[in-house]
Design a protein around this ligand. Sequence first.
Ligand code: F0G
Length: 357
Amino acid sequence: MSTRYTGLIEKYKDRLPVSESTRFISLGEGNTPLIQLQNIPRLIGKDVDIYVKYEGLNPTGSFKDRGMTMAVTKAVEEGSQAIICASTGNTSAAAAAYAVRAGIKAFVLIPEGKIALGKLAQTLMYGAEIIQINGNFDAGMSLVKEVADHAPVTIVNSINPFRIEGQKTAAFEIVDELGDAPDFHCLPVGNAGNITAYWKGYSEYAESGVANKRPVMCGYQAAGAAPFIAGKMVDNPETVATAIRIGHPQSWDKAWNAEKESGGWFDAKTDAQILAAQKMLSQFEGVFCEPASATSLAGALEDIGSGKIPEGSKIVCTLTGNGLKDPDTAISQCKDAHPVTIEATLDAVKKVILDQM
Ligand code: F0G
C-alpha cells in the first residue's frame, strides 16, 4: 500500500530534519487559514491590515499539531515506543493523537481540574495514559524532565527541538501567502516554544532570501501568569486562559532573544481583556478561538490603539487553538444571550423574527 502524505512535513521537507527513508507521522496538519479581519479594523477606526492565523483548524484543534507531527515522526524514527509530556491540555491532545497514529504509547501529565473540557475529552478519546497531578503545568514539566532520565520515554514538550522545527512552518506559510513577512507578529506566550519557533521560521526564510524582512515579535501573556513581564519566574500563575497558565517557561532565553533581535516586546493582558477580545472575534468576524489564543488580538488592539503599532502596518495574530476546546468559558461569557423557547408553531417562530427586526 502506498502512503499519500498531505501534511506540513511533506510540504516543507527540504527545510525539516527528515530524509527519504523517514516515515512521516501525519494527520494532514498545517495549511491553516490566514484570515484578514474586515470588521474590527473599521470598528476601532484604524488603518491597519490585521490577519489571524487560525491554528484552531489543525487536526486536533491547535497549533501543537505542527510540532507534534515532527516530534513523533522523529521519536518513531529513533525507535521510541512511548512519548511523554506535561500539558495544559492542547499538547496532551496532540501527543495522544499522533501517538495513536504512530502506534506508540502516550503518557500525559495534566494539572487536575485545570484543563478545558474539550481538551480532556480529546485526550480521553485518543486513549492516552492520563496522569492527573495535584500541581500546575510547571510542576508537571519538571516531573517529566526528571522521569525521562529514568524511563524509556521521549519528551514531546517544546524543549524537544523537533517540536520547534515543526512549528516554525507556520511562519513559512504566512510568508508564502503574504509574499513577505508582516510588519508585526503577535502571539500568546506560555511556555514560549511557539514564539521561539516563529522567530526561527521567519529567520530561516529571511536568511535564504525567501522573505525580505522579519517581523517585530510581540508576545502577550495573561496578567496573572506573566513571567516575561515580571522579568522573573512566577510561582502561582492564575488565569482564565488555562492554556497559558504557566509561570516557569522553558524557552526563556530563546523567547528573550526573539524579542531583542526583532525589536519587539512582551506585555500582559488581564483576563477581562482576553475574554473581550475572544468575544469580539466571534461576534464581529465569525472566528471562534479559545481564550489563550485571543491574548494575541487583545495585545495587538491595545498596541494599535496607543500607536505603538502604527497605522499602515500589516499585523498577523496567531490564534493558537479552537474555541470549541473550552465550551465552559464560552458559555459562561454568553449568559445574556437568553435563547428563547417557544411552541413549535409557524406563528410563534414568525413572532420571534418580527420582534427582532
Ligand atoms: N495558546 C494555546 C491555545 C496553548 O495551548 C499554548 C500552550 C499557548 C498558546 C502558548 O504556547 O507554550 O509555545 O508559548 N499550551 C501548552 C500545552 C503549554 O500544554 O498545551 P507556548
